[in-house]
Design a protein. Structure first.
Length: 395
């Protein structure tokens, strides 16, 4: 077989390389086919007026009217704590015990000082009696008798001082026992046996038996509706307990620095008292609302680049959404009352508003949210309005 000359082989290889480079360049210059944007499915809500009023509810916990943290009046090593959390205790019952050895020794020393002072006083009394007899016979001067009288008074003062010290040391020994001041329930144990505690360190927290309150938090926009003495209803989460009447007893003067909510306490009226720590629902009196107001869920409202509140209005003719600026009157729980910008019967996007664009083609999602008027009779919670405010930056 004949072989091709070397120069022809090189020329043929060069031509193949050129053809390959041209093909690659043509492929690189060709534009990729445009991918059609996906059609998003949106949940719609129909704008409609509502004259219904929102029932306000708060979640609260049952607390004792009086709670106290008990601690020893002296320092020492905790020997025992015979009570546990949740235990009922009676007045005078032992709650905790310190090591009283040092205090007992101090009490014994004070008692010995009292005996010495008493002996010195008796000796001064005997001397004064003898010197009074000598003075009656003019064997001693009046000044010497005065000195003996002053010595007796000083001895009597030392006896009184020793008695006070002995009583104080006896009290110190008694202070090593921590006892309940009244019938109560132990709600917390704050120290364990073997621990060295300082004077005043809380060891046991008690909830005194008696009147009970329901404590809960009210958001800033609702606190103006809360008045001392206002009548409310509380319902225990247990299904077998009927609602009970209650009355507002205490309103915090300032907001909590972390949650920006106001603490409110209501006293439970009647003899039946739910157990401490039980969770209850506080049914607040129906709030006054504007009749025939337009309401939207918080998820339907977003902010445009200018910082104004807006919604996406659905156009059923071309299946697109358009931005619409609205004016918000106020927040009402998880809903917002719209002052202007929408008409009854218009349909707005209720979820996923942050991913849409003006004029974008969408499809209606047939899910678990029915396409019904937005203003429904909702139940407000004390956390709903705060969460909505934070998400949208509204006051």
């Amino acid at each position: 077989m004949r072989h091709m000359p070397l120069h022809l082989v090189r020329r043929f290889s060069l031509r193949l390389s050129c053809f390959a480079l041209v093909g690659i360049a043509l492929m690189a210059c060709s534009k990729p086919e445009a991918v059609a944007p996906p059609v998003r499915a949106v949940k719609l809500v129909t704008v409609g007026p509502s004259s219904q009023q929102s029932a306000i509810q708060y979640a609260g916990a049952v607390t004792a009217r009086t709670e106290t943290a008990l601690g020893f009046r002296v320092a020492g090593k905790l020997l025992s704590r015979p009570v546990e959390q949740g235990q009922s205790v009676h007045k005078g019952q032992l709650l905790a015990q310190l090591d009283a050895t040092d205090y007992q020794l101090s009490a014994a020393a004070a008692q010995a000082q009292l005996r010495a002072a008493t002996t010195e006083r008796d000796l001064q009394q005997a001397d004064l009696k003898r010197f009074q007899e000598l003075r009656a016979q003019n064997f001693i001067s009046a000044a010497e008798l005065d000195r003996r009288t002053a010595g007796l008074k000083a001895a009597e003062s030392r006896v009184a001082e020793a008695q006070a010290q002995m009583a104080a040391q006896g009290n110190q020994t008694q202070y090593t026992k921590l006892e309940a001041d009244a019938d109560a329930i132990v709600i917390a144990t704050l120290a364990e046996p073997g621990q060295v505690v300082a004077a005043g360190t809380p060891v046991v927290r008690l909830a005194l038996d008696g009147a009970r309150d329901v404590s809960f938090a009210v958001p800033e926009q609702r606190v103006a509706q809360v008045q001392a003495g206002q009548q409310v209803t509380v319902r225990a989460w247990a299904a077998n307990q009927a609602p009970q009447a209650a009355r507002v007893r205490e309103i915090a003067a300032s907001a909590d620095p972390a949650t920006r909510t106001f603490a409110v306490k209501v006293e439970i009226l009647g003899e039946s008292q739910p157990p401490l720590g039980a969770t209850v629902t506080v049914d607040w009196p129906v709030a006054n609302t504007t009749a025939n107001s337009i309401r939207l869920p918080g998820t339907a409202i977003w902010q445009d680049p200018k910082g104004q509140s807006a919604v996406w209005v659905f156009d059923s003719n071309d299946q697109t959404v358009q931005a619409r600026t609205i004016d918000i009157a106020r927040a009402d729980g998880n809903e917002w009352v719209v002052q202007s910008g929408l008409q009854v019967g218009e349909r707005v996007v209720a979820a996923g508003v942050h991913v849409l664009q003006a004029g974008e083609k969408v499809s209606v999602f047939k899910g678990d949210i029915p396409d019904t008027p937005a203003a429904m009779n909702k139940t407000d919670t004390n956390a709903g309005a705060n969460a909505a405010n934070t998400a949208r930056g509204q006051p």
